[in-house]
Ligand binder design. Structure first.
Ligand code: NDP
Ligand code: GDR
Length: 344
């Protein structure tokens, strides 16, 4: 029976990956940052599933603790998902972000090396943010990195560390270069979840208005369930390698708002320009979206859209859940949650 260690198991991807691994018969060891996350995470699984699940608090900043969990779990596969994953926050917390995302990855790989775990396979949760102000569109595994946030720089460090361990010690280590992926379980501070949750709350009369930052920002959005499958596939290959995982389609924040509103039967028109731009609900005539300059970042990625031909050819991976179905699922989940809150 296979054992997997998943760092950052309580995050969005951790949930989906755990479901996948349990369905394949793995025993799953997971780490979180805060004790509250253990309780929340375990609620998402049945008692039977919980028998194969072992979750504890391990900070990636604590190398002795990292070493211990790797030793105790003796994993066949490690998925390093733990991170300070909010790009915006990384501008105010660059040192912490680097400690967890960059050095945390190094600590795990060192633990594997020192413990002599030669057969253990390692997946690193890399990010399309490394392309930053992209030098070509779409981006492939060969596109030069041009990171433009402390988060992106930390992920670039992790990327090269993985490659270095692969080349120097023949570690079976892979980098996924994953583009944005969303789901009902997405954290509320990320823009997609903020939009679906806020629109639902406005429709239910719980909220009147919400603020967004750069409406012109564009992203290549896929579904987390598809993307964790790619993570697993990478570790099932004969040769470790790096893969871009993306849908190849790019949309703006405005387009996301429009699509999410449509699921709720709402129609939004945009009026004004720049910081004065407003989203008006045509039915009520009310302004429900305004622009907050504080939500803009000091530096923003441009032209981010991925070419995942290599993943399609080598892994046989392809995204299955459409953009529209993903938004539908997110809205349905938020509606259910809003109803439950109102009933309480
Ligand atoms: P989340 O932010 O949802 O989850 C982050 C996880 O990391 C949580 O389990 C959190 O624990 C844990 N964590 C945070 N800080 C620490 C710390 N100091 N020590 C130990 N654990 C910590 O991320 P996602 O699931 O969305 O993403 C997973 C990974 O993939 C991340 O590395 C992210 O950077 C990367 N990625 C994500 C993409 C996306 O679109 N989702 C795209 C590309 C890369 P707790 O719950 O206790 O705080
Ligand atoms: P991102 O995701 O930075 O791409 O990182 P996020 O959803 O935070 O931002 C996407 C884009 O939306 C713009 N934006 C806003 N963003 C937030 N969060 N809140 C707002 O109110 C808002 N208004 C506009 C942003 O400027 C940005 O351009 C995610 C994370 O999961 C990373 O961990 C991962 O590596 C990358 O995706 C790929």
């Amino acid at each position: 029976m296979k054992r997997a260690l998943v760092t950052g198991i309580s995050g969005q991807d951790g949930h989906y990956l755990t479901r996948l691994l349990l369905s394949k018969g793995y025993t799953v060891f997971g780490t979180v940052q805060s004790p509250a996350s253990i309780v929340r995470f375990k609620r998402a699984f049945s008692e039977e599933q919980a028998q194969s699940l072992h979750v504890e608090c391990v900070s990636l900043s604590d190398s002795s603790n990292v070493m211990r969990i790797v030793k105790d779990s003796e994993p066949h596969e490690i998925y390093n998902l733990a991170a300070q994953s909010f790009v915006s926050l990384s501008f105010n917390n660059p040192e912490y972000t680097a400690d967890i995302n960059a050095l945390g990855t190094l600590r795990l790989l060192e633990a594997m090396r020192i413990l002599g775990l030669k057969d253990t396979r390692f997946y690193q949760a890399g990010s399309s943010e490394v392309f930053g102000k992209a030098t070509e569109t779409p981006q492939t595994e060969a596109t030069p990195f041009n990171p433009c946030s402390p988060y992106a720089v930390s992920k670039q460090f992790a990327f090269w560390t993985v490659k270095n361990y692969r080349d120097s010690y023949q570690t079976f280590a892979c980098n996924g270069i994953l583009y944005n992926h969303e789901s009902p379980l997405r954290g509320e501070h990320f823009v997609t979840k903020k939009i679906t949750r806020s629109l639902v709350r406005i429709q239910q009369g719980i909220e009147q208005q919400f603020m967004l930052g750069n409406l012109d920002a564009r992203r290549d959005w896929g579904h987390a369930q598809d993307y964790v499958y790619a993570q697993w596939l990478m570790l099932q290959q004969d040769i470790p390698d790096d893969f871009v995982i993306a849908t190849g389609k790019q949309r703006s924040i405005r387009e996301f708002v429009f699509a999410a509103a449509a699921v709720l039967g709402m129609d939004i028109v945009w009026e004004g320009h720049g910081m004065d731009e407003k989203g008006i609900d045509t039915r009520s005539g009310k302004c429900i979206i305004a622009v907050d300059p504080q939500l803009f970042r000091p530096s923003e990625v441009t032209g981010i859209v991925g070419d995942s031909r290599k993943a399609r050819d080598v892994l046989g991976w392809t995204p299955r859940i459409s953009f529209e179905d993903m938004i539908q699922e997110m809205i349905e989940f938020d509606l259910e949650n809003a109803n439950m809150c109102q009933e309480r």
